[in-house]
Ligand binder design. Structure first.
Ligand SMILES: Cc1noc(C)c1-c1cc(NS(=O)(=O)c2ccccc2)cc(C(=O)O)c1
Length: 130
């Protein structure tokens, strides 16, 4: 009902704010757009579920997420994919893995510091009721 739509609207505002702050961080520039298949032809052979910050924003606008944990599952794909595709010891792989780990830690710190657990619980209850 109306109150539920008010809660989900507030969830979308929170998730957009988090995602836009990540996209503004220069460390995460490589994560702002889908990996360019022209530049990385074998990417989709290795990575089955690509994800990036612009796709997160599109998903938010398309009302894909009813809970923060659904958003986190997609957000986690970004750094998990980067660790999986860039496993080697060469400096380039190490550099993208370092940024992937920074992304993982930054997302978790923002959610821990800024997500009200009562609000999160209301979202989880809306999800269960659907
Ligand atoms: C993410 C990701 N996961 O695997 C890789 C590899 C990356 C990744 C993707 C991008 N952006 S891009 O796909 O458009 C591109 C790839 C190669 C040359 C020029 C552009 C950049 C970087 C980077 O380190 O700069 C890394």
């Amino acid at each position: 009902e109306e109150q539920e739509e008010d809660v989900l609207r507030e969830l979308r505002l929170f998730l957009r704010n988090v995602t836009e702050r990540l996209a503004l961080d220069r460390r995460f520039k490589a994560f702002t757009k889908p990996v360019d298949i022209e530049e990385v032809p074998d990417y989709l052979i290795v990575i089955k579920k690509p994800m990036d910050l612009s796709t997160l924003l599109t998903n938010i606008d398309e009302h894909k997420y009813v809970t923060v944990s659904e958003f986190m599952s997609d957000a986690d794909l970004i750094w998990q994919n980067a660790l999986e595709y860039n496993p080697d010891s060469d400096p380039m792989d190490r550099h993208i893995r370092h940024r992937a780990c920074a992304l993982k830690d930054t997302v978790r710190a923002i959610i821990r510091d800024e997500l009200d657990e009562d609000f999160d619980r209301v979202c989880e209850e809306i999800k269960e009721s659907r």
